[in-house]
Design a binder for this molecule. Structure first.
Ligand code: PLP
Length: 325
């Protein structure tokens, strides 16, 4: 069995969101509270990092190296896991101009507070991120350090195992439901969707996995899922292809571009649940859920589980003045 280092508070609760269900109609909405995996490490990413941290430790690594956007939750969770476990952490963060932002806000403030070292890179340089992380690991060797590279979003086979376990955790929590629910979640680098699909396959389709893209096209995310699945099939007995639906109808202006309508919906969801959602991931996924319910796309389900993947710190990097006076 692949090792993991327990960092998250698990299982996270599954809670009904009855005021939201009543307001939006359609299936009964439940919320899987991965925003409660733990302070500093909250959200979906810590589940994946548990496996990478264990592998890094077994390999004798001293430094976790990873990459993401300047507001990356994954980078923040990695940096805090490193601090907790005694690794150093090096981040390659993408900014619009490749420069260090003047003001550190939201997750980026946390990246800086965590003690991680940071290189800022442009969107063009980000295309080469894997090579750049390998180069950072090689450079560390000269000073006697051993780097452990975690890919974007920790969305490889190892990281995906965290979400496979999460899917099994959910399967145990929904055993009382009369029919299999849809599991609706924000999807981007794909590890969350791939892990849930793996668990759904192993748990005999006790739920239907539906990822809603927050930026990339369906084809781009499916290509990443396929790569992870091929690797997963080398380790576990699984169907030839993964069963997950991907929706890219609600990417709007693209990754981290948020319309006033999306923001307003995010606030509506907050005011009907008492929970915080972030503009980039969970807020956009909530907007997508409301629109999908309105269009009848979820009419075949009695229940839908909205996977709250965390990301709340993103609220503190966004301008809400268009929707909050
Ligand atoms: C809060 C949040 N939700 C969802 C996702 C998407 O998960 P994945 O990258 O595994 O597709 C991310 C990824 O960064 C995230 O930070």
């Amino acid at each position: 069995m692949t090792e993991r280092i327990a960092l998250a508070n698990l299982p996270t609760p599954l809670q009904p969101a009855d005021r939201l269900s009543e307001a939006w109609g359609g299936p009964r909405i439940w919320i899987k509270r991965d925003d409660l995996t733990g302070f500093g490490l909250s959200g979906n990413k810590v589940r994946k990092i548990e496996y990478h941290a264990a592998a890094a430790r077994s390999a004798g690594a001293t430094t976790l190296i990873t990459t993401g956007a300047v507001q990356s939750n994954h980078c923040r969770a990695t940096a805090f896991a490193a601090a907790q476990l005694g690794f150093k952490c090096h981040l390659l963060l993408r900014t619009a101009d490749g420069l260090k932002p003047k003001h550190a806000l939201g997750n980026h403030l946390l990246h800086r507070l965590s003690g991680a070292t940071i290189d800022y890179i442009t969107p063009d340089q980000y295309l080469d991120r894997d090579t750049r992380m390998e180069a950072a690991a090689t450079a560390l060797r000269d000073s006697g350090e051993v780097g452990w590279v975690i890919p974007e979003g920790a969305s490889d086979y190892l990281g995906m195992l965290g979400f496979a376990a999460a899917g099994h955790e959910l399967a145990a929590q929904i055993s009382e439901l009369a029919s299999p629910p849809a599991v609706w979640h924000a999807s981007m680098s794909g590890g969350t969707t791939a892990g849930l699909a793996l668990a759904a396959a192993e748990a005999e389709d006790t739920f239907t996995v539906i990822g809603t893209s927050v930026g990339d096209t369906k084809a781009q995310i499916l290509a990443r899922l396929e790569t992870i699945w091929v690797e997963a099939r080398r380790h576990r007995k699984l169907p030839d292809s993964l069963h997950a639906e991907l929706v890219d109808a609600y990417i709007g202006g693209g990754y981290a571009v948020i319309s006033d309508d999306e923001l307003a919906c995010q606030l509506e969801a907050t005011r009907l649940t008492g929970l915080l959602f972030d503009p980039v991931y969970t807020g956009k996924a909530m907007f997508a859920l409301r629109e999908e319910i309105r269009s009848g796309g979820l009419d075949g389900f009695d229940d839908v589980v909205f996977w709250h993947t965390g990301g709340g710190f993103g609220v503190f990097a966004h301008d809400f003045s268009a929707v909050v006076t």
